[in-house]
Design a protein around this ligand. Structure first.
Ligand SMILES: Cc1cc2nc3c(=O)[nH]c(=O)nc-3n(C[C@H](O)[C@H](O)[C@H](O)COP(=O)(O)OP(=O)(O)OC[C@H]3O[C@@H](n4cnc5c(N)ncnc54)[C@H](O)[C@@H]3O)c2cc1C
Length: 549
């Protein structure tokens, strides 16, 4: 059955930019519809390093990017304190580095000018002995080291939080819903879109006064639906995710070609990356190659010689929607952003596209976009996204008291508190039933509680088991879903009314997506172990991968 919806603004893309714009508009009282063709945050946003920093490397060419990112980092820390974590960094200097300690320190002194914006500490210079005492895993070939202070965020959860807040303020949010056509009137004006629900297969037509294309690296494809050309310099980046923390301090590393990289603690794991390479392949299948894995590990090994002894759990890949530039190396391209008005600079009035930018500056970018759209709509309400907390950011949660009250192990409550902040209590209360099922740990690696799964299904509009990897980090730990996928699918089936074939298909999809993430990093005994895990899900359910889309 075809249905019609109407909104003043249609925002396409549920990454950090689309969710940020939808929230900003909803807070100004604008009637907004947000559509995402997969799970919220599942594009580039989730594949990012999740750093809300200024970016030391942008200081030289793009100081405004550093400044905006630092200002916004401060704002994100204020509105979502539960979702951010401090990341102290060590930058080792080797005698064969192109810049000696004095020149490195000049750069860090400049970067220090921005630290107060993001609630950081200025750098310090450490002797070799001091650095090794602080981080024994560091190479003893270093000459000295510097400290820096940065912040990280759970990027997928930040997207979800923005979308949830937009929905709380009246926005309509549709996930697994793809824009397949842009509607235009006789003058060429974009007046809405045709949407396809990728799970149910039905179609919806949307009428909108304005359409914002916030589809990240897919921006050119979406703009092409209106006959418009947007040029990007898409840059593929990968991360390796270690099974556990390699160190509690992030450590800079240098690639064989001189690129700066780092390994950094991220939630339960350590991550290492990233690469930046021109990419013209399939955006829905961004494979990680053996070369990329070797390149990242080689860089890390120079700073942390023991790195190869740590288990790499899986790889993450994504594509930056970097602004187009000809002739420059990927690293040298601007990280600034642009908002294209296809009426002023093309033949599709009513359509806008956002390109480039940083996760760290998403709120400011969204504010700029919303200001422009509101000027056209005649809305003069001011932006409030820097003051009003995101869901869960209202007040600190007393996690130990919750652990005692609900008789749940403190680490499980701590993870819940990290993702839901002040709302952790209501998640646990809603999960309470006569059998105390809500307290059950479904995914032991992270850990994820039965109550949290029920909450995301009931209150957050989650539609697929595989989406739990982003929404609550289920299945991304050591077992990669082997121990929890079937059990979690059972909980969601109960909440969402799935029948048996649908439930089995959900498990198979999660198993297949985890396999794609681990396959590029497998070596030695891990190959057998992961094959076994895969067959736990596929073999026990009698599935073959042919059933997958
Ligand atoms: C490896 C890597 C590391 C990075 N590290 C950092 C970092 O540490 N800090 C930082 O600030 N920035 C970082 N970035 C940059 C940052 O991730 C991006 O700038 C940001 O996430 C882009 O967000 P977006 O919303 O524009 O795009 P996306 O997150 O890709 O969102 C676009 C969404 O649009 C959806 N979509 C596409 N087509 C359609 C359609 N037809 N209908 C409906 N929906 C559609 C997609 O499914 C997708 O979810 C990094 C990027 C990469 C690749």
């Amino acid at each position: 059955m075809t249905r019609w919806l109407r909104a003043r603004v249609l925002v396409i893309g549920g990454g950090i930019n689309g969710t940020g714009i939808a929230r900003d508009l909803a807070l100004r009282g604008v009637d907004v519809l947000l559509v995402e063709r997969r799970e919220l945050g599942s594009g580039t946003s989730w594949a990012s390093s999740g750093m809300i920093h200024g970016g030391l490397r942008y200081l030289q060419k793009d100081p405004q990017v550093t400044e905006h990112s630092c200002i916004d980092s401060g704002a994100i820390q204020r509105i979502a304190p539960h979702l951010v974590f401090r990341i102290p960094f060590l930058m080792p200097v080797f005698s064969d580095d192109p810049l000696g300690p004095e020149l490195v320190e000049i750069g860090l002194e400049m970067y220090d000018r921005y630290v107060s914006l993001k609630n950081g500490h200025p750098h310090t210079r450490l002797t070799r002995a001091q650095a090794l005492a602080l981080e024994p895993a560091l190479s003893d070939a270093i000459e000295c080291a510097f400290t820096l202070d940065e912040w990280g965020v759970d990027a997928a959860r930040l997207c979800a939080a923005n979308a949830l807040d937009a929905a709380d303020r009246g926005a309509h949010v549709l996930t697994h819903t793809e824009v397949v056509e842009l509607l235009r009137d006789a003058t060429g004006r974009v007046t809405g879109a045709r949407l396809r629900d990728r799970i149910r297969g039905d179609e919806t037509f949307v009428e909108a006064e304005l359409v914002m294309n916030a589809t990240g690296p897919w921006v050119p494809q979406l703009a092409a639906l209106a006959g418009e050309e947007v040029r990007l310099r898409p840059g593929k980046g990968i991360h390796l995710v270690f099974e556990r923390r390699v160190s509690n301090i992030a450590i800079y590393a240098r690639g064989v070609d001189g690129r700066d990289m780092f390994t950094f603690p991220h939630e339960q794991n350590s991550m290492a990356g990233t690469t930046d390479d021109d990419y013209y392949g399939d955006l829905d299948r961004i494979d990680v190659t053996e070369d990329e894995v070797a390149y990242v590990l080689q860089a890390m090994e120079r700073s942390i010689p023991s790195i190869q002894q740590h288990r790499v759990l899986h790889a993450i890949s994504g594509v930056r929607p970097t602004l187009f530039g000809f002739g420059a190396y990927e690293d040298e391209l601007s990280r600034d952003y642009e908002i294209v008005d296809h009426g002023a600079f093309g033949a599709a009035p009513g359509l806008y596209s956002m390109t480039g930018g940083k996760l760290a500056a998403y709120r400011l970018m969204a504010e700029d976009a919303a200001n422009r759209l509101c000027a056209v709509l005649g809305v003069d309400a001011p932006c409030r996204t820097a003051e009003l907390p995101l869901p869960g950011g209202e007040a600190p949660a007393d996690l130990l008291a919750l652990a005692k009250r609900f008789r749940i192990a403190p680490p499980a409550v701590a993870r819940l508190g990290f993702r839901h902040g002040a709302r952790a209590r209501s998640v646990l209360e809603a999960g309470e039933d006569a059998h105390a099922r809500g307290r059950r740990v479904v995914c032991a690696c992270e850990p994820v509680l039965d109550a949290e799964l029920r909450h995301v299904a009931r209150a957050e509009g989650l539609r697929k088991l595989n989406d739990c990897t982003l929404r609550v980090r289920l299945g991304v730990g050591a077992c990669q879903g082997a121990a929890c996928a079937a059990s979690a699918a059972g909980v969601l089936a109960e909440e969402l009314g799935w029948d048996a074939p649908r439930t089995v298909r959900e498990v198979a999809e999660l198993a297949a997506s985890r396999w794609r993430a681990v396959a590029p990093v497998l070596s030695g005994a891990q190959v057998g172990a992961m094959e076994l895990h895969r067959h736990v899900n596929f073999g026990m359910l009698g599935l073959t991968e042919e059933i997958l889309p």
